[in-house]
Design a protein around this ligand. Sequence first.
Ligand SMILES: Cc1ncc(COP(=O)(O)O)c(C=O)c1O
Length: 384
Amino acid sequence: MTCQPQHLTLESRLVQTGVGRDERTGGISFPIYPSATYRHPGVGESTGYDYTRSGNPTRQLLEETLAELEGGARGLAFASGMAALTTLFLHFAAGDHLVVSEDLYGGTYRILDQVFGKLGLSASYVNTADTAAVAAAIRPQSKALLVETPGNPLLGVADLAALGALCREHGLLFIVDNTFLTPVLQRPFEFGADVTVYSATKYFGGHNDLCAGALVARTADLGERLYFLQNSTGGILPPQDCWLLLRSLKTLSLRLERHCANALSVARWLKTRQKVTAVYYPGLEEHPGHELSKRQTAGFGGMLSFRVNTPETARQVLKRLRLVSFAESLGGVESLMTLPAVQTHADIPEAERLRLGICDRLLRLSVGIESACDIIADLEQALT
Ligand SMILES: Cc1ncc(COP(=O)(O)O)c(C=O)c1O
């Protein structure tokens, strides 16, 4: 191991989040500032904080931490991932067109289709693991490319460097929903992304006890524009939840190490099961995005999906689980399994879902940080 004391590693910076930042007390943990408003020293004077929607010390520390973690100019914290996405989509105008991953969170599809679609924003859904298909979907009205990689729930891997070059060539804003990997494992700005989006409810929060979202802008100009939208629309994360998220970030690196190791063990084991007909995990050598993932990520993440032989087997597995919970969401320390066709992706029209392969035999597993042996033992009894 080579140590460079002048440069703290990401792991150390995460652990040290907020340490000593409360200069008055020197607190190791930064305080929660619940005040909704602040005294003005005089007319036209400010302490730097006027009203909590516009700025709050606890949220500010979180937002600065997110920006630093990502290597961007500005971080913004929201009440949910959807609040972050809503604010981001408000950056666009009627008549604008977005190119979007087809293998993406169903709620993102729903808001584009049923909310922003009505306001005149259109979207084309493409396989973003196929750069040529992305290029073919670009229109004169296209303003942005929104990519989830690995995809959700089928874990397809998009080539971030190639897509970054395509966005530059066509003047598109390059947006990466980096929820599945976080900046610890994947650093979209290094590939030309302009904004990253997070459901911080997932790995950032990490304990299934918090709903939060985040945007990080690479440049100060874009950050300022997104801050204007955050302050205007008000979907901010409350200070208590900002504090909880700050605490969670300290262990992000450590948690992800275990999520990745466990997911690989579980994926390899699932491949050996008779009732399992396919396993989708970029860490498996035979995954089509395996080599690309090795090049552009520092780990394959904790998410995997698998297909079983019949819809009845899928339902039986969900009913029999004991340690793993049959529950929506992902990225927490506790393992969770879902049936995307009826849960996270229910709002995608059935024909489209089936074309993508999101059928009632597909199960998605968010591999937690319990012992891999215990997770496998639970899956074994559920699959028998
Ligand atoms: C990849 C991804 N992006 C965004 C969201 C929305 O985030 P939230 O549920 O925190 O609103 C989710 C939620 O599952 C997600 O999985």
